[in-house]
Design a protein around this ligand. Sequence first.
Ligand code: PBG
Length: 339
Amino acid sequence: MIDIDSRELINDSPIRPRRLRRTTGIRQLVRENAISASSLIHPFFVVEGTGISKTIEPMPGQFQLSVDMLEPEIKELWHRGIRAVLLFGIPDEKDSEGTAGWDMDGPVSTAIARIKEVCPEMVVIADVCLCEYTDHGHCGIVDQETGIVDNDATLPLLGQAAVAYANAGADIVAPSAMMDGQVMVIRAALDDAGHTEVPVMAYSAKYASAFYGPFRVAAESTPQFGDRRTYQMDSPNAREALREVELDILEGADIVMVKPAGAYLDIIRQVRDVVDVPVAAYQVSGEYAMLKAAAMNGWLDEKRSVMESLMAIKRSGADMIITYYAKEVAGWLREDENR
Ligand code: PBG
């Protein structure tokens, strides 16, 4: 046994942090962070056709949806207090330039217009990238001779896609291709087309991540050769994330994003500490898949572990969180309120 009188020592000390944890009411009073439905963004994968609701195998509870099937989902989300969605399109036909990306009759443009009809106040964010639209699955066009993703040749195509989504009624565009200069070119293209009021949410610090695996199944966008390491960030780097964020802000980004979220909480915090613009974080497909799988096996309490993971992202400094759990979380928040 140690030779100190612990009882006497603690009695002499006036400091007892447990006082503020004694009851639910006190704990709620001193709570530093909160998750609200209105700060969550729900992603969707939109396909062509009608009546389609196709299970995404590695993302139980998430579906590829045709526009008509998306409509009731949007209404339900609105009812639950979710105020923003992020759209990805999966066209029937893909080609080397990703031309379906700016097709006014493509799934994303059609979905934007429909959402604005049925739920005009829902904030519609359109992801701007070519990987869902190119037959090779890369985020830009590929130089035939070298096999390299051609940064500068890709930029005008991204600008064109952004303008197409803004024309369809998108409230925000979110470039995720990780091409240098993409924010600058998209800003100029939007302004030139009269969309000076459409903000750019930049995927600024987007890492080359294994956690995108399930998304690539969902978006049918796995690269047919090579990988994305020549344009997405290398996971050991943190300072570089700050540089990417700084550049995007200089180029006109209105919101910056860190992605993935869970494995990059340090990056969210560092970004939050140096920028004045809102910071978004993306709890990506693999993060969802891990939580879902463990929950489905009865290995984790789903609600508690999901809320804890989102709270960590919030506590790290994210103002808004993109998450496939948005709908469920909004439901849980309601339940708690009514209790
Ligand atoms: C497309 C894009 C990806 C994600 C969002 N936008 C995939 C990728 O870069 O490979 C991933 C999202 C997720 O995993 O949930 N450029």
